[in-house]
Design a protein around this ligand. Structure first.
Ligand SMILES: [Zn+2]
Length: 74
């Protein structure tokens, strides 16, 4: 495991993603940006499957919106 301090200190996380079922295609998207149902690959229109990928953490505005909605009492 690497333990060196680089200029970019972005934490890497194992993040759930959707990856294209087509092995010839490298299309994938973060689960955060996907819809509730299985998305279709924007590159080849193949169905996409849930997968995991090591990615730097993002401050996702979508997430903030979700938590905001949860906090609102109707
Ligand atoms: Zn694809």
């Amino acid at each position: 495991m690497y333990h060196k301090k680089s200029l970019e200190e972005v934490p890497i996380e194992n993040i759930s993603i959707w990856s294209c079922e087509n092995e010839a295609c490298k299309g994938w998207m973060r689960d955060n940006f996907a819809f509730e149902s299985a998305p279709i690959c924007v590159h080849c229109n193949s169905p996409m499957v849930k997968s995991m990928k090591m990615l730097p953490q993002l401050n996702n505005p979508n997430k903030d919106m979700k938590s905001l909605k949860k906090g609102v009492q109707i």
